[in-house]
Design a protein around this ligand. Structure first.
Ligand SMILES: Cc1cc2nc3c(=O)[nH]c(=O)nc-3n(C[C@H](O)[C@H](O)[C@H](O)COP(=O)(O)O)c2cc1C
Length: 220
């Protein structure tokens, strides 16, 4: 559909420029149930199979992610794909941070917590770091954070649709100076999310949330 023309959105005609971007596949009604199933069915996964990530899938998911809404089109994100040696260094650091955060950092319990934290990051096929360019205006920075979260969600959804799972991590590692230096996150930037990615070995269940109906007020 050309700008200004008429296209189809979920089978309904859409007029104007917007329609160009709305139609997922021109003229083909979207499968709403498939979209709903994707949105409801995606799970955060911790256990991954030992299989390399299809890079083409990750590249495609990130190209999808950058269509996330962002106010004033600030496009406040940057992505870092962490693999191999850098991933191992980062996992080492994650383990060390867990150990240091333990009440008895030199005890055996802290050591096993550290091993688990390290293993979790090493076992992923890759890590996706999402970096926000932090605007000076706090109001813009807040909106940009929202946009980074939306982009991350979309990347994870697009990956899920391709059989790749991930999960969010916002722990102390995202604020750790050594980690930021390792990844090359500069001043004026913030590492907002670190997402281990891979092909799931096990998909957890999740208790159903409270129905939206119980959280919704309809006003006339
Ligand atoms: C902004 C944000 C930050 C999160 N940070 C973490 C985290 O640090 N560690 C973690 O295990 N999960 C984290 N999660 C994942 C949530 O725990 C998870 O989405 C929630 O339990 C629902 O599970 P689901 O993703 O399988 O639907 C985060 C999610 C969001 C949206």
């Amino acid at each position: 559909m050309r700008p200004g023309g008429i296209g189809l959105w979920a089978g309904r005609p859409v007029r104007g420029k917007v329609g160009v971007r709305l139609a997922l596949r021109e003229g083909v009604p979207m499968d709403a149930k498939a979209v709903d199933d994707l949105l409801v069915g995606r799970r955060s996964v911790r256990l991954f199979r030992d299989a390399p990530l299809d890079e083409a899938d990750l590249r495609r998911a990130l190209e999808v992610a950058v269509w996330a809404p962002n106010h004033r089109r600030t496009e406040p994100w940057r992505f870092i794909v962490v693999r191999a040696e850098t991933q191992r260094h980062l996992a080492d650091r994650a383990g060390e941070l867990k150990r240091l955060a333990h009440p008895r950092p030199d005890g055996p319990e802290a050591a096993s917590v550290a091993v688990r934290a390290r293993e979790e990051l090493v076992a992923a096929a890759a890590l996706l770091a999402v970096v926000q360019r932090v605007a000076e205006d706090p109001a813009v920075a807040m909106e940009d954070y929202a946009s980074c979260a939306l982009a991350t969600d979309r990347a994870l959804l697009a990956l899920w649709a391709r059989g790749v799972a991930g999960r969010w991590s916002t722990g102390g590692i995202t604020r750790d100076e050594q980690t930021l230096a390792l990844l090359g996150v500069g001043s004026g930037e913030r590492l907002v999310f670190l997402c281990p990615l891979g092909y799931p070995a096990a998909v957890p269940t999740r208790p159903a949330p409270h129905p939206a109906e119980s959280r919704t007020t309809w006003l006339n």
